[in-house]
Write a protein that binds this ligand. Structure first.
Ligand code: BV8
Ligand code: ZN
Length: 252
């Protein structure tokens, strides 16, 4: 069942000069990637993710934290992009083809946007696929099977940590700057599948709307920003985004 979308929203998708998108864990939920707060099903039910996703946790128990991240890496390896990821890659192509600008900013660490064909993705919180030595900073792309040792060691002997941004850690400066520039420059901001409670990423939504952009919020639940969005669509991004795309771009 396709839902009737607001004509102004469809027009904005077709004609915006610059579309900026912020995605959260919700956009990967239909690919089978647990959202951040659900990332604790099963084995991890007894841990608080915000307690595991910190430098202090790794310092205190590098084996536990390395295991948690490697388990997530190996389970994401079995996931594929869903129709929501694919729709966002298509909107990016349509927008660029008509001479518009398009910036995809993600909080997700699974790289499913890239697997769906999105390009120039801004990763605010790093990625599970890159691990970094805490001694010599050497980064390695890890696409193989589960590590044999936890934590795994660099050739220099140092411990390898996941290449994600932990709570209390600064976001990659260049990525954050690019994201803030896009939030200020865009005339249409799509906030997709994020609980909008983690900063500074969540601050981009307000930054865009204060700079005059119209905001679309897509989420099965209300978020702290839903009330201020120009349009708020309650539902799963894997269903809503393809419907929105065909309503906006399928010739009448
Ligand atoms: C920092 C990587 C400072 C690791 C993550 C104000 C300003 C600055 C900082 C703060 C601030 N206030 C508080 C802070 C501290 C903190 C913070 O924000 N805390 C929160 C909890 C209050 N921020 C930080 O620590 C950041 N660092 O600011 O450093 C600094 C400055 C200078 C020098 C030194 C330090 C770092 C934050 C990054 C943390 N890392 N991820 C990992 O993945 O393990 S964040 C992690 O949580 C995820 O990556 C994700 O980004 C975030 C959760 O957000 P969501 O993506 O929204 O996921 P969530 O599960 O919450 O929600 C899912 C949503 O999807 C829900 O709304 C659900 O309804 C919806 N959904 C479900 N199904 C679907 C769906 N939507 C659509 N379709 C569906 N099918
Ligand atoms: Zn090293």
């Amino acid at each position: 069942m396709t839902q009737p979308f607001d004509a102004d929203l469809l027009d904005a998708l077709r004609s915006a000069h610059h579309i900026a998108v912020l995605t959260g864990a919700g956009v990967s939920a239909e690919s089978g990637v647990p959202t951040f707060r659900d990332a604790l099903t099963g084995l991890w039910a007894r841990y608080d993710p915000a307690q595991l996703a910190t430098p202090e946790a790794f310092e205190r128990d590098p084996e536990l934290v390395a295991r948690w991240y490697d388990e997530r890496r190996c389970s994401v390896a079995r996931c594929v992009p869903n129709a929501g990821h694919v729709a966002l890659a298509q909107v990016q192509r349509q927008t660029i083809d008509r001479g518009g600008a398009f910036t995809l900013i993600t909080q997700n660490v699974d790289r499913l946007h890239q697997a769906a064909g999105s390009i120039d993705v801004i990763e605010l919180h790093g990625t599970l696929w890159v691990w970094r030595c805490i001694d010599c900073d050497m980064e390695t792309e890890e696409r193989g099977p589960a590590f044999s040792a936890f934590p795994s060691h660099c050739s220099c002997g140092g411990l390898k940590r996941p290449g994600v941004v932990w709570f209390g850690e600064e976001l990659p400066r260049h990525a954050l700057l690019q994201a803030q520039r896009a939030a200020t420059a865009c005339d249409l901001f799509l906030s997709i599948g994020t609980s909008s409670v983690v900063y500074p990423a969540a601050g981009l939504i307000d930054q865009a709307s204060r700079a005059g952009a119209r905001v679309l919020d897509v989420n099965p639940q209300e978020t702290p920003y839903s009330g201020r969005a120009t349009w708020s669509l309650r539902g799963a991004s894997g269903e809503i985004l393809p419907q929105l795309l065909s309503a906006a771009f399928t010739a009448e």
